[in-house]
Design a protein around this ligand. Structure first.
Ligand code: ATP
Length: 345
């Protein structure tokens, strides 16, 4: 069992706070993705779990054992980074065997484990090659195989696919998901790529400015952002936001339209671009740019002077300069508190 519990973990670099008292529990065998823009603290959190960085405050527990005072090798984890870190002067076999030999595993066991994990990563045919001769993708397969060969309770990965081109990334993503699901490890995976996060994660922790803003299943994070930041960060294009004013009769004025909304307080209206469709009544959008994207067209417009995007079926003929009427799908409308920036239920 390798549940990971992070309790009140904070990290300061001098006067700069990279992490503010983070609490997070990752279940045994869960695939958790840390997602956020550059500088949000995701690598710092991963390095603290790995033992490569000391927290300024807080505790890290792995499998019921407090580990924040233990060195990395005593924590039962394997790591995979974006820069491969395979030894070019060793063969693929010796690279995968490296940690097993350090752990003084008997030779037949080393052989068995190397062949098995090389098989999982489809690199059996490369075992005798020197790693320095391999392509970036092959080296990354070696790095993953080496981590898996340790049969760790926990695998930590920091942007492991970011050096691959788009097509290979897609392929490796699906393979990683399959292999890690079978390996029964607990995985923490750092990325700034939201598509990668959505596709791989059991849960996503969305980070911003050293905080975890929301930790939930991908569909929840997408459909029910806990905060405005999550709606504005996840989704390509992201959520649209419009100011709302109470009409005094229990409804809200949004860009000249009336909507049912929250009972009290201030509110901001939010809708995803794909949750809009052309209709007789709705929001008046002045179309600025029309981009065909294959199955959809992306409309960039202004609604009540605010930037606004809609993703529509590609059979609509819409031209720049036109004013179109867009109706939001009622149960996809979300509301945020303009002061706290949190979602209003
Ligand atoms: P990236 O994807 O760019 O690595 P990240 O979300 O992983 O971003 P971190 O690497 O965790 O971000 O860094 C968080 C913040 O802490 C950044 O502003 C970074 O500049 C700062 N930081 C990280 N390591 C150090 C350090 N050793 N000394 C000073 N500041 C640091």
């Amino acid at each position: 069992m390798a549940e990971i519990v992070i309790k009140g973990v904070a990290k300061n670099f001098g006067s700069f706070t990279a992490l503010h008292s983070v609490d997070l529990t990752i279940a045994d065998q869960e695939f958790m993705v840390l997602l956020g823009a550059s500088g949000c603290g995701k690598t710092t959190l991963l390095r603290i779990i790995a033992g490569l960085e000391t927290p300024s405050q807080g505790e890290v527990w792995i499998g019921g054992r407090r580990v924040d005072h233990l060195p990395p090798r005593a924590r039962g984890i394997s790591m995979v980074f974006q820069n491969y870190a395979v030894f070019p002067h060793l063969t693929v076999f010796e690279n995968i065997a490296f940690g097993l030999r350090m752990a003084k595993l008997p030779s037949p066991d080393v052989d068995r484990r190397v062949r098995r994990t090389a098989g999982l990563m489809h690199i059996e045919q490369l075992l005798k090659r020197y790693s320095g001769e391999l392509s970036g993708e092959q080296r990354q397969r070696v790095a993953v195989a080496r981590a898996l060969a340790m049969e760790p309770d926990v695998i930590l990965m920091d942007e492991p696919l970011s050096n691959l081109d788009a097509l290979l990334r897609l392929e490796m993503r699906a393979e990683l998901k399959g292999v890690l699901a079978e390996s029964k490890t607990t995985t923490i995976y750092v990325t700034h790529d939201q598509v990668e996060a959505m596709s791989l994660a059991d849960r996503i922790s969305v980070m911003n400015g050293g905080y975890i803003v929301q930790a939930d299943r991908p569909t929840e994070v997408y459909r029910n952002p806990a905060a405005r930041f999550v709606g504005s960060f996840i989704g390509n294009p992201p959520m649209n936001f419009l100011p709302a004013k109470p009409d005094g009769a229990g409804r809200w004025h949004v860009a000249g339209q009336s909507f049912a909304g929250p009972r009290t307080g201030g509110a901001e209206f939010a809708i995803r671009p794909e949750d809009l469709h052309p209709a007789q009544t709705g929001l008046q959008a002045e179309v600025r740019v029309v981009e065909p994207l294959g199955p959809h067209i992306l409309i960039t417009a202004q609604v009540a002077g605010q930037p606004f995007r809609a993703l529509l079926e590609s059979d609509h003929t819409i031209t720049p300069g036109e004013v179109i009427t867009l109706a939001p799908v009622p149960d996809r409308i979300r509301w945020f508190d303009p002061e706290t920036q949190k979602a209003i239920a």
